[in-house]
Design a binder for this molecule. Structure first.
Ligand code: ATP
Length: 627
């Protein structure tokens, strides 16, 4: 069993480098030295999670509780701990400091294994109801009392959702691949000096000695890929190029991950059976998968070029995406963030019972409808339904909905991700009766731009957001923004950014956080890069829409640190921001700034992991230059 201390040392090493290859190497080396039993806790803890990605439970500990816990175990006054926090800007470091002192006082503590830490975190994440806070405090104290100073630093950062070691999904996926699958020669070598398998370069990443190529491992790589049934024989032999074999391997592992939605399980399968463990993966109703996303098109010509003709076009409904699962008469509704919202939508649960299938996983858009006019309601209304935890039946009456179903990936016991879209649609047409709240997304098959544009105008006239273009023969790729689905809508692209800081206002706004620092995502390190300060778009009064005071209320519990008028926030709230122009700017981490930014709304359906990336910002910046 691995000790948590070893993992803490790995975090420390990871923090020291920003290079993707080095991070991948460090994680892969660690994983390779794990036993089967270690893999689940190690992979979850590396992600700062207590449960796999498909499980929406979060650790959810607030800074206040951490401060109380530190105070309890050290006997220090809360106000003093708070002032240390203000100095150091990181509660992890504060916990480390107090843990040092505690060590001098008590010498008896048990060694923490990775499993012990995970078990306690899982208990914390599963608590509900009365007395939750005190119980959380007890579990956290138990961990901190037994932790070394370095361990305390990372335990605290983990419970706060602030691990900051910079390994995003891509790095973890690559590290798992490096650790547990055959790697083609000329990309990876086995170092003669230390025996580590390391990426090609002059020097061994592990021991620093010069790298000398070892006996070919390409044969092995090809054979294992073939035996797993993952890549067709022909394909492999056309590709004798090691880089291409490597890319195929990564693509294959990514596909498997997208079905499992669980890096721990992915690693365990590879560990036990090699690539063979990833063949014939099936979806499991009740366990959400990441949805397929669309690329954006500027016009119908571009969209058709990508998806090919003839193409399916559909109304783009402006509502809330719902992934709905049914098995053994149990129905579960997930949002795009994979949160379970079944309780909030009893009307949808009743509605989908009419679908003619024993089991399914469907993809759909839920839209609010004005009961007097029959017209679609703006997105904000349905978001009220998602937030509502009580008096649900009143909400069902006040904001009735329609469910527009546009895809199906699991049907009567069979995973149908790979079936061409037109066949999946044919199944929908067979099993979805248009009654009650149920609708099939309006679709037409078009051969050219004229037909697509005609449909586009019709869709906008009906009050939709735009249209979707879909490749008729494409599979469903979970979690990807591939060109199988293109969106076309009239408004300029807006950005989805996470709020990382804010400033208290002045004068009559002094009780509100009235300007907000927003950031985009660096998909390699998983860090957030600031891109500007926004103070417009919000309303003075709640009745008028998203107001300063409402946003302040939402952000207050996320405050990590206060410096004068400025606060630093835990990056959780995603907002849609429009702008007039992207400019280069040294003032923000991203190297860019937004001209005339404006907050449009909170994107409840987006997690901070799904926001606009720095690569997209760069792309929009370049597009702007060429216009
Ligand atoms: P946007 O911000 O443009 O709503 P997004 O970034 O939330 O898009 P995209 O995948 O880029 O997500 O755009 C597609 C979204 O449009 C889907 O997530 C889904 O919620 C919605 N949608 C509405 N109608 C359809 C449809 N017929 N087919 C697919 N998606 C649809």
């Amino acid at each position: 069993m691995r000790q948590y201390r070893e993992l803490a040392e790995l975090y420390q090493e990871l923090e020291k480098t920003s290079k993707r290859l080095e991070k991948t190497f460090l994680v892969a080396r660690f994983l390779r030295s794990c036993t089967l039993e270690d893999l689940e806790p190690v992979i979850l803890l590396l992600q700062g999670r207590a449960f796999p990605e498909w499980d929406p439970r979060e650790i959810g500990v607030a800074s206040k509780l951490v401060i109380r816990t530190i105070s309890k175990i050290s006997g220090e006054k809360i106000s003093i701990i708070e002032s240390r926090w203000a100095r150091l800007g990181d509660l992890g470091l504060v916990a480390e400091e107090y843990s040092q002192r505690k060590r001098q006082a008590t010498l008896f503590s048990k060694k923490l294994g990775v499993r012990d830490v995970l078990t306690n975190l899982q208990k914390i994440a599963s608590l509900e109801g009365e007395g939750t806070i005190d119980k959380k405090l007890a579990y956290l104290s138990d961990l901190l009392l037994n932790a070394s100073p370095l361990e305390a630093r990372y335990i605290v950062r983990t419970v706060l959702g602030e691990l900051r070691v910079g390994i995003a999904g891509g790095i973890l996926r690559d590290a798992i691949t490096w650790a547990f699958s055959p790697l083609p020669e000329e990309i990876f070598y086995k170092c003669k000096h230390c025996g580590a398998v390391v990426p090609a370069s002059d020097k061994c990443m592990s021991c620093g000695n010069p790298l000398i190529p070892s006996k070919s491992s390409r044969e092995l790589a090809i054979n294992e890929l073939l035996n797993s049934g993952s890549i067709k024989e022909q394909e492999t032999f056309i590709t004798n190029n090691p880089r291409e074999i490597y890319n195929k391997l990564i693509e294959y592992i990514e596909d498997a991950y997208n079905i499992l939605n669980d890096y721990g399980e992915l690693a365990i399968r590879l560990y036990k059976q090699g690539l063979r463990g990833l063949s014939k993966l099936e979806l499991v109703p009740g366990r959400p998968i990441r949805v397929m996303l669309a690329q954006k098109a500027d016009n119908a010509t571009e969209a058709l070029e990508t998806v090919g003709t003839p193409a399916a076009v559909e109304y783009k409904y402006d509502g809330f995406r719902m992934q709905i699962h049914k098995k053994d008469n149990k129905i579960v509704i997930y949002t795009r963030r994979l949160e379970d919202v079944t309780k909030q939508f009893p009307d949808v649960v009743e509605g989908v019972k009419k679908i003619n299938a024993d089991s399914f996983i469907i993809d759909s858009e839920c839209v609010g409808v004005d009961s007097s006019t029959g017209k679609f309601l703006p997105f904000q209304n349905i978001s009220q339904r998602i937030k509502r935890k009580y008096n649900i039946s009143e909400m069902v009456r006040k904001i009735p909905v329609e469910l527009h179903v546009f895809d199906i990936v699991y049907y009567n016991g069979e995973t149908i991700l790979k079936k061409p879209f037109k066949e999946r649609r044919a199944i929908l047409e067979k099993i979805i009766p248009e009654q009650g709240i149920l609708r099939l997304a309006v679709q037409r098959i078009v051969k050219n731009e004229e037909e697509a544009n005609e449909f586009y105008e019709e869709s906008l006239r009906k009050g939709n957001e735009g249209i979707m273009f879909k490749a008729l023969n494409a599979p469903y790729k979970p979690g990807s923004r591939v060109g199988y689905m293109m969106k076309l809508k009239p408004t300029a692209e807006s950005l989805d950014l996470v709020i990382v800081g804010a400033e208290w206002g002045e004068g009559k706004r002094s009780r509100w956080l009235s300007s907000y620092y927003v950031a985009c995502l660096d998909p390699v390190t998983g860090n957030y890069l600031s891109i500007g300060k926004v103070s417009t778009g919000l309303k003075e009064k709640r009745e008028e829409g998203l107001s300063y005071d409402e946003l302040t209320e939402i952000l207050k519990p996320l405050i990590i640190e206060e410096k004068g008028k400025m606060v630093i926030l835990r990056p959780e709230i995603v907002v849609e921001v429009t702008y007039q122009e992207i400019q280069k700017s040294p003032s923000y981490d991203s190297g860019y700034a937004l001209r005339f930014p404006r907050i449009i709304k909170i994107r409840e359906d987006r997690s901070p992991r799904e926001i606009t990336t720095i690569n997209e910002i760069e792309k929009y910046y370049k597009e702007q230059l060429s216009k």
